[in-house]
Design a protein around this ligand. Sequence first.
Ligand code: ZN
Length: 357
Amino acid sequence: MPGTKGLTDRLRDGETVLCAEGYLWELERRGFARFGDFTPEAVLDYPERVTALYEEFVLAGSDVVLAYMYYAHRQKMRLIGREEDCKSVNLKSIKMARDVADKYGKLMAGGLSNTTVFEPDDPDIAGKVAEMFKEQVEWAVEGGADYMIGETFHDFQEAKLALEAIKKYGRGMPAVITLVAYTKDFTTDDIPIEEALRRLEELGADVVGLNCGRGPATIMPLLERVRKVCKGPLAAVPVPLRTTEEQKSFQSLLDHVTGKPLYPTNMTTAICHREEIQQFTQDALKLGVQYLGLCCCNSPSLFREMALTCGRDPVLGKFSPDHSKSYLFGKTTKPHREKIRSFMCGDAKHIYISSDS
Ligand SMILES: [Zn+2]
C-alpha cells in the first residue's frame, strides 16, 4: 500500500516487525480446516472466516497480513481433487489479505511453503517444485504483495529453490526465508541449521530464521547459535507449545497423562500460557530478533501478549485480563466472597488474589 513503510526499511531502522501465523491450526480449531492434508480450501468455501481471522490477528497487533497460501500449491490442491482451484485459491487469499492490510495500513505478505514432494538431488522433482513456487510468486506479484515469506522448509535445498523463485519472479519483493527445526539441529538434507541459514542469507534472503516445529523453550538455544553466524535481520516464529529438551518438536510431544503422541489432533493440551509467550518475546528481543511471530496454535489472545510485550498498543489490548474487576479474584472485604473463592479454588492460592484482600 502506498505510504506504508516497507519491510526492509523498518528492519534497517531497527524496528521490530510482528507477523501472526498459524491460520491453518486456528481455522481447524474453529472447524474450518482438516488435519491430514492441511489444505486451505476454506479460502474459497468460507472466505468470511479467513478474512475474519486476518482481521483478528491485525487487531491483536500483527504488522503483517500473511495471505493464507499455506499448502495452496499445486501438489496439495491436487491431493484433495481441487487442482483446478489452485490459481483461484491463491488469488482470492491474496486479495482478501490485501484488502484487510489496506484497511488497517498494514503490510501484506505472500507465502511459499514446503511442497511435501521434494527429494534432495532429484532434478526432476526440483524442476516441478520450482514451477510450483514460480506460479505462487507470480500470483503474489499480481495481487500486490509487499514481500514474500518462504516457510517451514526442512530441506535446505528446497528453501533455496523458494528463495530463487522469489528473486527471479518476485519483481524485487523482499524475501523472508525460515527453516523448521524438528528434533535435530540439522536440516533433513543434513546441514546444520545455522549453516543452512547462513547460506540462505548469503544467497540474498533479506531475513532468515526459524518458524514452526519448536516451541519457545527449544527454539531459543538454536536461535542463539544462529545469531552468531547470521549477520542480518533474524526471524523467530515458534509454535506456542511446551516443547522440552526430550521432546524438542511439537510433533514429538507426548501427553503427560496418557503418554500418547499429541500431534496433530490434541495439541491444545500443550499450549504455552501467556507468561511463557511474554518471556519468549523478551528473550527474542534481547537477542536482537527483529521479525517475530507465532505459528501453529497461535490465537489472537496469545498474539496480543507478544504485541503488548513489544510495547505495542493493539486494539484488542482493551480486552486484556484485568482481575481487579473480578468479583472473586479482586480485592474484597466480604467474607461470603472469600468463602465462594475457597469453594472454587480449594487449596490453590490464586495468583490474582491480592494479599490484603
Ligand atoms: Zn506452524
